[in-house]
Each structure stands twice: as structure tokens, then as C-alpha cells.
Design a protein around this ligand. Structure first.
Ligand code: PMP
Length: 730
């Protein structure tokens, strides 16, 4: 098993060479802890406290609950240790205090501070005590390795073992040098610990381990490995180290994986993983297995979208079985049941059975069922909701994270809001949005019966998923709904909400959408044009080809044109609506009309499709668009010239920003939207995001496969973008 180090000094994560020279410094400690937790335990060490130069208590306190952490550095008393446990540490690491008695070493003949270790074991439990045995040339050293103790490593370790759940061995001469650990000393240590009556003292090696070969040797010697320098410098990855520390030989290269739901602890299924599946699980962030029937790598949910998002992977005591703790996006069993170990077929709770327990044919599922997360039903508990861009309250930011328009709506719209704020608010709004639909129809050259208005285009999209895409068990045996793998991240959320099986179609390597990828049997499809978050537009002819194909197979095509007003003229599919009864075009007033705060979106399509949306709406909420929103949207729809001016201005700024970024270390995708999708040549997406944030600029970073190194940056005003460029260029 692998333990990742987080050494903290002066509020930053650091790596020191031989405990002294600063080699690396980072300040993304919380993100690191979340990431490391996927692979194993985390050793969080307060170097300042260890060296008696203050402490980082506040930071440590925020980090400990983020993973399975062992904490140490400056633990001098039993109370110090108990405090760390209270803050969420699983184990506590003690160093000098384990050996020193009244300022001396070896005073009691055992070389240990027995009274302290006994009191510690009594207070927090022996299994939570990790004693650090740091040694230089076979002699234990303490106080950040500055003080020699005269205590011999092996004998002292033997004396300490009965009072510790684990020994943490650091070969000081190798620490931070990546020059290999002292394998001979390790073997001797393991032998010494084993000779003790209690064989359960674990052994972890820190310091100097820097190659996969060594990790294997350490694992074969029966010890775990703690990685610091080698990890931060990229010499080894935690995924590789994890894979190497497993006992592949014992099980013929295929390790069983038990899959457990993180939120309620229920065991969902089992599978088998080979080395590739373990590696891919970490790379993709979703559980991957090896299909024994098909003899191929298999990412659960690759087709259905019902993925198992990895929280953490852990090996068992002898490293020949794995536990994957996950968040399942839907039921996992092919029968439709939530768990492969449940006997019920649906997502419902079993009705209590009045037969005596042993006689009840369903007693297993009846007894094992417990509502996850309090009183939520299973569907609600299993949702992974969309995470909207942050609306910060902590300070004033230049807000380039949610594709809002930097310029105000026209005065006529504000005036309309004022007028609507009258005594008529006591009355319900017009459920059919008659006047507004008339104005939208006139503007886009269709009939009012071809227009549906909703509370933001998000709501229109949610209704469209419910109205046009088949759901439930029967649908899961059929074809999936298609959308691009990199696209608006609300689509998979709607699919899960309505239980619609879906399949993501990978964009090409250059991020373009290839129409031919969609010309196959499916249960319907949806994509944004221009796409989000890439900003790339799909040519009208390609859109038409897809819509035509959908028409031929009798399925809907939904084109989400949230950003179309920032693209070249003539791209919209609106004029195809009359020709194709299967086409729904969705628009929003949030972006080009500067009305994100109003929540109005609409759809254009054949009357039968619009009626379908109305059926869903009226089964949900008959008045989603309030009086004020209808009045303001009506005024906005009539302001074509004003809004054309805003779009032109934003496009100009966009092109200027793109031109300025490209020579300054950024890859910039050609955008047809009011945002750009960019990647720094050397900085990771997270780092670039963080840097901008620290400089008061908020952009959007999606920590997802394929796009984790990209940022989506909304085009703000010219002044805002000048400031953005100033920071981005450095
Ligand atoms: N579609 C896409 C592609 C989007 O990016 C957004 C904005 N998040 C929406 C639809 C929803 O916009 P709204 O609900 O504000 O109309």
C-alpha cells in the first residue's frame, strides 16, 4: 500500500532534501489531500511544530477530514495526539517523544519512553500509534534528525513494537535524495518486528524510495511505502506505486474488486481487475474492470453512462483483493436492481414482510435495505447534481466563470421590470406566455405554436429529456441517447434524473464534433452548437446531416444554441425547424440578452414537440415563467439592434484576447461563443485556475478526464480582459 506525504511548513506544502533544503513548495494542500486519498493513506506532517518553530494547526485541521490521514510533527504529549484524532486523524505519528525520558535517551534501559507510549496507547488505541524510527547509519536520530540518540535501530524498534500499531522507518541518509532506501535495514527491521509476540505491527518505509522496482521490493519485504519527493517530482505516480504494491502473483494477475457505495456503505457488486484496469481506474476516475467474458478492459458505465465514480481504492491486508469505494450514478445490476446482491428488481424499498424472518423469501433485501442519506429515496441519493459555476461572496472577483454577459440589458428591459413590479403580482402569470411566444415567433419566423418558454433553458432542456427520451428498464435494454463526451455537463445529470440511458460520443482529438459519429441507431441525441465548454461550432451542413439522419430513424435531435449569437451568422438550425418535425432548437436569454438573472429560455420546434414539452411542464409546474420575467423577456426580444451591438463588441474582445494569449504560452481553441477554452503549455489546469483566482479572477476549471488541463474563460468587458491578460501573461 502507498502513503503519500504532505509536509507542511509556513502554511505551504514543501519537500525538503535531507530535512533541511527546500526543494519544492506548493499551496494546493486541500486539492492534494483529496487526490491522494484515492490511492491510500496520507501522512500530514507539521514540520514547523516538529522543529519547535510555531505550528500550522489551523491548516492541518482543515486537511485531516479530507482523507484517511495520519498526522504528526511536534506531538509531545498524549493530549497533542488526542487533539489530532479529534480533528479527524486516523493515526498519530510520534517521533522524539517516544524515545526521550527526562531529556535523555535509553534511560530506562529499553531505549523508549515506555510511560508515554503506554499512556498514548491507552488514550487513542495502540493501533492508532505510529512510531517514527528515523535512523542514520543504524542509529536512531530525532528532532528533525539533528540529535543523535545513541539508540541502535533494530533493538529499539523491537522494544517499541508492542506499543505501536505501526513503525515508520526513514533512512535519513536517503531521505529526499531519491537514492534508494536501505533495503537491508528494512529486512532486518521487519524481522525484528516479527520476532515480537504481537505480529500485527505494520511497517512503512519513507525516505529515498524513488523507483517502481524499489516499491516492489519494499512490498515483497512485507512493508508499505511512503512517497514524498519521488511523487512531487513526478518520478513515480501514486497509481503506478499502488499497482506495484499489490500481490499479483497470488491471484494469477487478476485481483477481485469489491465495490462499495460511499454514501451508505452498501456493497454493490464485485468484479476483477488486472494491472491495466487498476491503472485506468485512477486515470479515468471511474472504476474500470477486466471483463472475463469478453477479455477486454471494461469501464463500468462506458455505454450506459451509469458510472462508478472512484472515491478511494484500497487493498486488503495481504494485498490480493481490492475495495473500491465509489459513488454510483445509478443502480449497478443488469437486472435493474441497485445492487447485484439485492434480490429486488427495482429501486424500491421492499415492503415489510409479516412472515417470520427465516420464512420470508425476500428477507435478505428487506433486512439489508436502509435509506441512504436519511430520508432520501435511492434515486435522489444517487444523483450527482450539476455544479454551477461559483457565485462568490468572499471578495470581489472579476467574474469570468459562468458565461454571463459583462454589459447590461437595454433600458427598455429594466423599464419593463419596473412596470411589472405592480399590484398585478397578486395574480398568477399567463401559463402559456402568449405575448412572449408571439414575439419570439415573429422574431424567428415561426408560429407561436412552435415556441415553448421555460424558466431558463436549463428547465427547457430538463423537460425535453423527460418528453423525448425513453426512460426506465425497458429503455436500458435498448439504445442509448447520444451526446458528446466533452459537452454541457448538465446533460448526463438530466439523463440520470429521468433514468434515460445515454452514451457519450468522444469528440475528435482536435475537439471537433464529427457528424459521422452520430449517424447510427440511437434513442435521440443532443449537443450544443457552438459546443460548450470548447466553444467550437459545427457547420450548418453537418448539423443538417445529423438532423436528417435522426428524422430517418424516427428520433429527436436537440440542438442547444445557448451561444449561437456569438457565432458567425447563418449557423443556427432554427430555419430547419419547419422542415424537420424531429428537431428542437433550444435558446436562452441568459447570455447574449444579458439576462442570466431573469431565467428565461425557450425552444423552437414542431407543434407536436412543443405540445410534448407543455405536457411535461403541466405535470410539474404550470407557471414556471413569472410575470416579471415574461414582461422583461418580451421587451428584450424586441431589442434586436441593441443586442447585435453587444454581441459584436464581445466578439471583438474575444478575438483580441485570443490573439494576445497565443504567443504567451497558451493554446487557444477557436471560439464561436462568449467564452474561450484555453490550456497553458506548462501549468496544469488546476494551477492556472488557482493563480488567476489568487489574483482576483474567477474562471471555470472542470476537473474531468480530457479537459482537466483546460480553463473556460468567459469574455468580460475590455477592462476585465486586460486585467485577465496581465495575469495570464505572467
Ligand atoms: N446550455 C448550455 C450549453 C449552457 O452552457 C448553459 C449555461 N450554463 C445553458 C444551456 C443554460 O442556460 P440558462 O439555463 O441560463 O438558460
Amino acid at each position: 500500500m502507498v502513503v503519500a506525504s504532505i509536509d507542511i511548513q509556513g502554511g505551504k506544502v514543501v519537500q525538503l532534501k535531507q530535512g533541511a533544503d527546500l526543494v519544492l513548495q506548493r499551496d494546493d494542500v486541500e486539492a492534494l489531500a483529496r487526490e491522494f486519498d484515492k490511492y491510500g493513506e496520507i501522512a500530514v506532517i507539521d514540520l514547523d511544530a516538529a522543529m519547535g518553530k510555531g505550528d500550522n494547526a489551523a491548516l492541518i485541521r482543515t486537511v485531516l477530514p479530507l482523507g484517511e490521514c495520519r498526522a504528526g510533527g511536534g506531538v509531545r504529549t498524549v493530549d497533542d495526539a488526542a487533539r489530532l484524532i479529534d480533528w479527524g486523524a486516523k493515526k498519530v505519528i510520534v517521533g522524539s517523544t517516544a524515545f526521550r525520558v527526562d531529556g535523555k535517551f535509553g534511560a530506562n534501559g529499553f531505549g523508549t519512553n515506555l510511560a508515554f507510549l503506554e499512556a498514548l496507547a491507552r488514550r487513542i488505541g495502540r493501533e492508532r500509534v505510529v512510531v517514527a524510527v528515523d535512523a542514520r547509519e543504524g542509529e536512531i536520530v530525532v528532532d528533525g534528525w539533528k540529535t543523535r540518540t545513541g539508540l541502535p535501530l533494530i533493538e529499539t524498534a523491537r522494544a517499541v513494537a508492542p506499543l505501536a500499531g505501526e513503525l515508520l522507518f526513514t533512512s535519513v541518509e536517503n531521505e529526499g535524495m531519491m537514492s534508494g532506501t536501505d533495503i537491508e535495514a528494512l529486512r532486518a527491521l521487519k524481522e525484528a518486528v516479527k520476532q515480537e509476540r504481537d505480529p500485527t505491527t505494520l511497517l512503512t518505509v519513507a525516505g529515498g524510495v524513488s523507483t517502481i522496482e524499489e516499491i516492489r521490493m519494499v512490498a515483497e519485504a512485507g512493508a508499505d511505502v511512503q512517497l514524498g519527493m519521488a511523487l512531487y517530482t513526478g518520478k513515480v505516480s501514486l497509481g503506478e506505486a499502488f499497482g506495484e504494491s499489490l500481490n499479483w502473483k497470488k491471484c494469477g494477475g487478476m485481483i477481485p474488486v469489491i465495490i462499495q457505495e460511499a454514501r451508505d456503505g452498501q456493497v454493490l457488486m464485485t468484479g476483477y481487475a488486472d494491472r491495466e484496469a487498476v491503472r485506468e481506474t485512477f486515470v479515468r476516475g471511474n472504476v474500470c474492470l477486466h471483463s472475463r467474458t469478453r477479455d477486454v478492459l471494461w469501464m463500468k458505465g462506458a455505454n450506459s453512462g451509469q458510472t462508478l465514480r472512484l472515491r478511494r481504492l484500497r487493498a486488503d491486508c495481504d494485498r490480493d483483493a481490492l475495495l473500491a469505494v465509489v459513488e454510483a450514478s445509478a443502480g449497478v445490476c443488469h437486472t435493474g436492481a441497485w445492487s447485484c446482491f439485492a434480490t429486488d428488481q427495482g429501486l424500491r424499498k421492499e415492503i415489510a414482510c409479516s412472515l417470520p424472518k427465516g420464512d420470508c423469501p425476500r428477507s435478505f433485501s428487506g433486512d439489508s435495505w436502509k435509506p441512504p442519506r436519511g430520508y432520501l429515496n435511492i434515486r435522489a441519493a444517487s444523483l450527482t447534481p450539476y455544479v454551477p459555476g461559483e457565485q462568490p461572496r468572499d471578495r470581489a472577483y472579476i467574474k469570468l466563470n459562468t458565461n454571463e454577459n459583462p454589459y447590461p440589458p437595454p433600458p427598455s428591459v429594466i423599464e419593463a421590470v419596473r412596470n411589472a413590479a405592480s399590484e398585478t403580482l397578486r395574480l398568477y402569470p399567463d401559463p402559456a406566455c402568449t405575448e412572449l411566444r408571439g414575439a419570439i415567433a415573429a422574431r424567428y419566423g415561426v408560429e407561436p405554436e412552435n415556441v415553448f418558454v421555460g424558466n431558463g433553458s436549463d428547465e427547457v432542456l430538463a423537460f425535453a429529456f423527460a418528453a423525448f427520451f425513453e426512460s426506465g428498464r425497458a429503455a436500458h435494454e435498448g439504445l442509448p441517447v447520444l451526446f458528446p463526451d466533452v459537452s454541457y455537463s448538465f446533460y448526463p445529470v438530466y439523463a440520470a434524473l429521468w433514468d434515460v440511458p445515454c452514451e457519450t460520443v468522444p469528440l475528435r482529438d482536435d475537439w471537433t464534433l464529427d457528424a459521422t459519429d452520430y449517424l447510427r441507431e440511437n434513442a435521440g441525441l443532443i449537443f450544443p452548437n457552438p459546443n460548450a465548454p470548447t466553444g467550437l461550432a459545427l457547420a450548418k451542413i453537418a448539423v443538417a446531416r445529423i438532423v436528417e439522419h435522426q428524422h430517418r430513424i424516427g428520433k429527436t435531435a436537440i440542438i442547444d444554441e445557448a451561444y449561437i449569437d456569438f457565432a458567425a451568422p447563418g449557423l443556427s438550425a432554427v430555419d430547419l425547424v419547419k422542415a424537420y418535425p424531429n428537431l428542437l432548437v433550444v435558446r436562452t436569454l441568459s447570455k447574449s440578452a444579458s439576462l442570466a438573472g431573469l431565467r428565461v429560455g425557450f425552444a423552437l420546434g414542431d407543434k407536436a414537440l412543443i405540445d410534448g414539452l407543455c405536457r411535461v411542464r403541466d405535470s410539474f409546474n404550470s407557471y414556471p415563467v413569472d410575470r416579471i420575467a415574461q414582461a422583461a423577456a418580451l421587451a428584450a426580444v424586441r431589442e434586436t439592434a441593441y443586442y447585435d451591438g453587444l454581441a459584436r463588441r464581445i466578439i471583438q474582445t474575444r478575438e483580441r484576447v485570443c490573439a494576445a494569449l497565443a504567443p504567451n504560452g497558451w493554446t487557444v481553441l477557436p471560439s464561436s461563443a462568449n467564452f474561450i477554452f484555453i490550456k497553458h503549455k506548462t501549468r496544469s489546469g488546476k494551477e492556472a485556475f488557482q493563480r488567476l483566482r489568487e489574483n482576483g479572477i474567477l474562471v471555470r476549471h472542470f476537473d474531468r478526464p480530457r479537459i482537466a488541463d483546460y480553463l473556460r474563460v468567459t469574455i468580460g468587458s475590455d477592462e476585465e480582459m486586460d486585467r485577465f491578460l496581465e495575469v495570464a501573461r505572467t
